[in-house]
Design a protein around this ligand. Structure first.
Ligand SMILES: [Zn+2]
Length: 214
């Protein structure tokens, strides 16, 4: 399925385009699309006043884009909580379902869902859930890919993108997991997991979409 405008807005929000400039390359990696598709969509988003694009510097959400993205993220993450808490889905099986449901969600439906779920603040992947006005708690800006040997921390959130979520679950790494960085190179970062003492390699493009707290 080709990602649509809404998927781009969500991805830009998730990888930090709410407060900082992000690159085309980061969107390419997040959505698994070509650089040409990203350029084309960014041009459209600029025309519609959802993002600003400063050549050679990056892309950032405008106030309009931020509100739209936050509400899309809200819909997606509320459905994720519903699927896990109310329907008993395993955490690694909810992304695609939430992806379908979010596009059919009206603001009233999202508000009712939030109330029924007790106004949850985080999705099962550790992402913040914005309120009905698009406000949300601060989220980590520290990428796992940026860490150095000896850094210790825990995984705060994984970008809501199937490729990243499936990858990390297949490795047996979870949101909240504490780790120490034991090696890095141009391709991967190696973590020792505090819980099991096991070492896992995470490739850098994926590690760039995993946010941590030190
Ligand atoms: Zn999520």
């Amino acid at each position: 399925m080709t990602p649509n405008k809404e998927d781009y807005l969500k991805m830009i929000f998730e990888i930090g385009g709410d407060t900082a400039l992000i690159s085309n390359k980061q969107i390419v990696a997040g959505l698994n699309v070509s650089a040409a598709s990203v350029s084309e969509m960014v041009t459209k988003l600029v025309e519609q006043d959802y993002v600003t694009h400063t050549p050679y510097q990056g892309i950032k959400l405008t106030a309009t884009g931020l509100k739209a993205a936050a509400l899309l993220v809200r819909n997606h993450r509320l459905w994720e909580v519903f699927l896990v808490n109310s329907l008993g889905y395993p955490v690694d099986a909810i992304h695609q379902e939430a992806e379908m449901l979010e596009h059919a969600t009206t603001p009233d439906m999202a508000d009712r869902l939030a109330r029924m779920l007790g106004n949850p603040l985080y999705c099962p992947h550790g992402g913040v859930i914005p309120d009905e006005d698009g406000h949300y708690l601060p989220q980590s800006r520290v990428r796992l890919a940026s860490l150095k040997v000896g850094d210790k921390g825990h995984i705060e959130r994984v970008v809501d993108e199937a490729a990243v979520i499936d990858y990390i679950f297949a490795l047996g790494v979870h949101v909240g997991e504490h780790f120490t960085v034991v090696a890095t190179n141009a391709e991967k970062i190696t973590l020792m997991l505090a819980r099991s003492g096991e070492q896992v390699d995470i490739d850098l493009p994926r590690a760039d979409h995993i946010f941590v707290q030190l």
